[in-house]
Design a protein around this ligand. Structure first.
Ligand code: FES
Ligand SMILES: [Fe+2]
Length: 425
């Protein structure tokens, strides 16, 4: 193994089937190219429809490094517009979410409709024959949704969203079964940054291998039934599928992977108090109550959709690249809209226990990610291995490359997509 940087012809040569070069985390030129060839070329997840529930509701976020506003208009359609005034480029909205009829730039008050149309210019004298309003809307991104999830792209020629999602759609549908027939709502967001490249996070979501080691403190802090549920190291049913297009799914609790399939197992004793409350309310059948409790920890799997959002057990994990060595993460807790609020509350407590700022899970993950970046920065030419399980990978009945959940099948799928997109001119 060499510590010398290798001579390469193209960026794509840095990602091989079983390893990637450390430069992938450290080279600013690679990061710039990723923004163009990945984040500005394909579908990037921007919102869940529950975040913009009414006409005029909006949220601000990023596609790659570019600030955008996602909103719902009066016709119920979704718009994504670049948060950048056409006059001198100021952001026109600085709230994380809200409700508005349109957006007025605070600098010189050019005003825009929800779909980005330029509506008004103060003191228009001086612009006669110079600015035609129709020529200067906020830049619009193509916006499409699937199952309440909204993606946007700068690429007007991108394939339809549903084609891009491909076989991930089956898993998206399964994921939302955890809200038991009620619409899904985002019940809270926790944001943080780590000093590392975005792909370190991308790899982590379907990396079952780190779980028992990194999350030892979490395992020690939960009841034995929850710990059992996550003891998948020797469970042959716990597998990772490479779903194509960089998407992958890691099934950690196979008995919960499809909540419509009854597992017949006893409910966890830790939720006895909740069962009693739900029974006492008289509002729910025993079947409904059983289903609420079974779905408490989420879908039983982590679905990673390339490049920026994962549907992770009971929450969304969104990554926003900041620079080659900094990434922002949004952990978005999920609940039922209209279902029993005490179940939502309990789901939020579980979320806090792992993902929250005082949780037992995320801080340990983030330390691992920081360490990977430090190591890569020291010797960028040294490879990062993604070969675990390479020789035991087989196609599933659906044709998905499949190996044990502790194997690096998901990462290999993501890097194959990375390589394909980065090689594209
Ligand atoms: S920069 Fe927006 S109105 Fe001038
Ligand atoms: Fe983790």
């Amino acid at each position: 193994m060499t510590t010398e940087p290798r001579v390469v012809d193209t960026y794509a040569d840095l990602a091989e089937a079983d390893r990637v070069a450390g430069q992938l985390y450290t080279d600013p030129a690679i990061f710039e190219e990723e923004m163009e060839k990945i984040f500005y070329s394909t579908w990037v997840w921007v919102a869940h429809e529950s975040e913009i529930p009414e006409a005029g509701s909006y949220k601000t976020t990023y596609v790659g490094r570019q600030p955008v506003i996602v909103n719902r208009d009066r016709k119920g359609g979704f718009n994504t517009v670049l948060n950048r005034c056409r006059h001198r480029g100021a952001t026109v909205c600085d709230q994380s979410k809200g409700k508005a009829n349109g957006f007025t730039c605070p600098y010189h008050n050019w005003s825009y409709a929800l779909d980005g149309t330029l509506r008004g210019i103060p003191f228009p004298e001086g612009y006669e024959g110079v600015v035609e309003k129709g020529d200067f809307p906020l830049q619009r991104l193509r916006t499409e949704s699937y199952a309440g999830m909204i993606w946007a792209t700068f690429n007007q020629d991108a394939e339809p969203l549903e084609d891009f999602l491909g076989d991930a759609k089956i898993w998206i549908d399964r994921f939302f079964k955890q809200t038991n027939g009620y619409p899904t709502k985002v019940t809270g967001i926790h944001k943080f940054r780590f000093r590392g490249n975005w792909k370190i996070q991308l790899e982590n979501t379907t990396d079952g291998y780190h779980f028992p080691m990194v999350h030892k403190s979490w395992m020690a802090s939960v009841d034995s039934e929850t710990a059992d549920m996550m003891s998948f190291m020797n469970d042959p049913e716990a597998v990772t599928h490479d779903l194509g297009n960089g998407h992958s799914v890691a099934i950690m609790a196979p008995e919960n992977a499809d909540l419509d399939i009854e597992d017949g197992a006893p409910l966890q004793a830790r939720f006895d108090h909740l069962v009693e409350e739900l029974e006492a309310s008289g509002e729910y059948t025993p079947e409904q109550i059983r289903r609420f409790i079974r779905s408490m920890h989420g879908a039983g799997f982590n679905l990673n959709t390339f490049p920026n959002v994962s549907f992770s057990l009971a929450f969304f994990r969104v990554l926003i690249p900041i620079s080659v060595d900094e990434t922002e993460i949004w952990h978005m807790a999920l609940g039922m809209d209209g279902g029993p609020e005490n179940v939502n509350r309990e789901r939020l407590r579980i979320h806090e226990h792992f993902q929250g700022p005082f949780g037992f899970g995320s801080p340990d993950d983030a330390e691992g990610w920081d360490r990977v970046q430090l190591g890569a920065a020291g010797a960028p030419g040294m490879p990062i291995l993604v070969n675990r399980g390479l020789n035991r990978e087989i196609p599933s009945a659906e044709g998905w490359p499949t190996s044990h959940v502790t194997d690096e099948t998901g990462m290999r799928g993501a890097y194959a997509m990375w390589k394909k997109m980065m090689s594209h001119d």
